[in-house]
Design a protein around this ligand. Structure first.
Ligand code: HEC
Length: 411
């Protein structure tokens, strides 16, 4: 997928202060836990965000193709799944995963951590489910659906629920034996677990709840458009339609808490916890609302830009960089290296930052001209293999203003 025209323009990314913007293309996977957000993009990267400040802390770059599923694991580990069918496990801001399964022919659709924290399950586009021991990384798989698997999640009792193109909801016990099965009325597009019950979204616009034995509970037709994403939080379930509408419903009776619109494009990924609702889609921006009342919420970009925001045109362009780059000496706490002293500096030479092999093997000195070229052509073209997501600044006046700003602020 690399090299496709999925490049975000910074003008579009500047959209709104409270959003998490940094991916270089659509975002298809989201997870939230303890004030951190993990996102997976069509730009083949996953990003770990700090919800409080809106800063990107780490970028993982490994998969060939879209990152299609993400999960938080115990002990600060992260899991990513890709279109390449590989599951990768990550610990810290490192260049390579600590472990990755081999290439398979089928993309990963969903990842789910077992309630005992010992097993990670993955659902595949060819209908398989694989279970990986987080202890010894051994993997066992079985054919769960005919055709595509479209949703997967653990129940609190350790059983695993899955839905697929074969219009079946299946509940698997710990030995991957079928414990219950139900026929579905329409194509399921996703599954989440809430308070021991299953919330499934469908192409016919319905959200249906199921008990752990597969019996159907309340259902609600939300729209005549397909629902394409679902997430569950404490006491609530969120569903998104292909037209960008997002509903948050009480998980007991599916009564509506609120509805928000994320714009006209599909929302491909949702995440929900007690406080926060996140939604993301084609424009790569992760939007953020209060889970209680749908109020748009978040930090301001000036917080990310720090003291350097002098209100100039260049400072405004810089906001898109500040999520990943500090301007303070030695501050590599964000996903990218500090750009303190960047002009005149050799590529990949900020002390204490773990650059990619690709950047370390390049021969560039950062000057007005080379920084401008980096964002005229985009990192994917100018510094191929860079972990920095692809982005361009198409207006030469914006590039010049950014570099004027860097000349002032990066000293
Ligand atoms: C989503 C995170 C992210 C955003 C947004 C981002 N960068 Fe980066 N940038 C990185 C990462 C990560 C690296 C290091 C790449 C590597 O090691 O492969 C990097 C590297 C760089 C480098 C090379 C630094 C060096 O020491 O060689 C420059 C220059 C740079 N970025 C400038 C910018 C500017 C200017 C912007 C805004 C227009 C920006 N970046 C936006 C993540 C980001």
């Amino acid at each position: 997928m690399r090299g496709l025209a999925l490049c975000a323009t910074l003008q579009g990314m500047a959209a709104s202060a409270q959003d998490l913007a940094g991916h270089g293309g659509p975002v298809g996977a989201l997870a939230i836990r303890d004030g951190q957000v993990l996102s997976g993009g069509f730009d083949t990267r996953s990003i770990l965000w700090d919800l409080d400040t809106g800063a990107a802390r780490q970028i993982q770059h490994f998969h060939e193709g879209n990152v299609t599923a993400v999960a938080f694991l115990p002990g600060g580990m992260l899991a990513t799944g890709g279109q390449d069918g590989r599951i990768a496990l990550w610990q810290g801001a490192v260049e390579r995963p600590t472990f990755a399964t081999p290439d398979t022919n089928a993309p990963i659709v969903a990842l789910s951590l077992a309630p005992d924290d010992a097993t990670l399950a993955a659902g595949f586009g060819d209908g398989r489910i694989a279970r990986m021991s987080l202890d010894d990384h051994s993997v066992q798989d079985h054919q769960a659906h005919q055709g595509q698997l479209t949703g997967l999640a653990y129940l609190p009792d350790g059983h695993l629920a899955s839905v697929g193109d074969d219009l079946r909801l299946s509940i698997w016990d710990r030995a991957s034996q079928l414990a219950a099965r139900a026929g579905l009325a329409a194509r399921p597009n996703g599954l989440a677990v809430t308070e021991g019950r299953l919330a499934v979204v469908f192409a016919d616009g319905a959200l249906r709840l199921y008990a752990a034995d597969g019996s159907q509970l309340p259902q609600r037709f939300l729209t005549d458009r397909p629902l394409v994403a679902v997430a569950a939080g404490t006491g609530a379930v969120a569903a998104a339609a292909i037209d960008g509408t997002v509903w948050v419903l009480e998980d007991q009776d599916l009564s509506e808490r609120f509805t928000v619109s994320a714009g006209a494009d599909p929302v491909w990924a949702l995440a929900l916890d007690r406080d926060t609702l996140l939604g993301a889609g084609n424009d790569g921006t992760i939007r953020r609302w209060s889970a209680r009342d749908g109020e748009r919420q978040g930090q301001s970009a000036t917080q990310a830009s720090g003291d350097h925001d002098d209100g100039s045109r260049g400072a405004r362009v810089w906001r898109a960089c500040a999520v990943c780059h500090s301007l303070s000496p030695g501050d590599n706490s964000r996903a990218g290296p500090t750009l303190h002293g960047v002009l005149g500096r050799r590529i990949a030479s900020a002390p204490g930052y773990a650059y990619s092999q690709a950047l370390r093997s390049m021969d560039i000195v950062w000057t007005r001209e080379t920084v401008s070229a980096l964002f005229e052509h985009g990192p994917e073209v100018y510094t191929p293999g860079s972990r920095m997501p692809d982005q361009r600044i198409s207006d030469p006046r914006d590039r010049a203003a950014l570099i004027d700003f860097l000349e002032r602020a990066s000293r």
